[in-house]
Write a protein that binds this ligand. Structure first.
Ligand code: RTP
Ligand code: MG
Length: 148
């Protein structure tokens, strides 16, 4: 089953919407297979956002993501990578549709509440960056019979 890496960014943690965000993915039908509250060290932030190293906002991005605790998660389910991105909404909350997480909770591109992997390759890379294999839990729910 497909897996993705999602993370409530420091602004989302400070604003007490971890539960709101987790709840949306639970209600959608996805399954949580790993989660932790953590403070990201600078070297991990730089690796995680490595693709943006040359961008003018890279320094701000690393400063922000390391500025307070984040809630890192791995979620599983059919098409979870693309569907989670849709549920998050556009990168810039001013363009994000109402009903999406960024559309409902964000105002500016710098503080846009949530991160989600954008492809199967980045999902695998990011899951391995943030979680050890033994931190991910394999289990099945009877409820899945009502989803699939
Ligand atoms: P993320 O990686 O955080 O899930 O966001 P994303 O895929 O939607 O957007 P991406 O292009 O990967 O950009 C990563 C984060 O960089 C910040 N950003 N700032 N100042 C700017 O113009 C600018 N552009 C992007 C955003 O916080 C974005 O989430
Ligand atoms: Mg991205």
């Amino acid at each position: 089953m497909e897996r993705t890496f999602l993370m409530v960014k420091p602004d989302g943690v400070q604003r007490n919407i971890i539960g709101e965000i987790v709840s949306r993915f639970e209600r959608k039908g996805f399954q949580l297979v790993g989660a932790k509250l953590m403070q990201i060290p600078t070297n991990l932030a730089e690796q995680h956002y490595g693709e943006h190293k040359e961008k003018p906002f890279f320094g701000e991005l690393v400063d922000f993501i390391t500025s307070g605790p984040v809630f890192a998660m791995v979620w599983e389910g059919e098409n979870v990578i693309a569907t989670a991105r849709q549920m998050m909404g556009s990168t810039n909350p001013k363009d994000a549709q109402p009903g999406t997480i960024r559309g409902d909770f964000g105002l500016t591109v710098g503080k846009n509440v949530i991160h989600g992997s954008d492809s199967p390759e980045s999902a695998e890379r990011e899951i391995n960056l943030f979680f050890k294999e033994e931190e991910l839990v394999n289990y099945s729910k009877l409820m899945n019979e009502w989803i699939y």
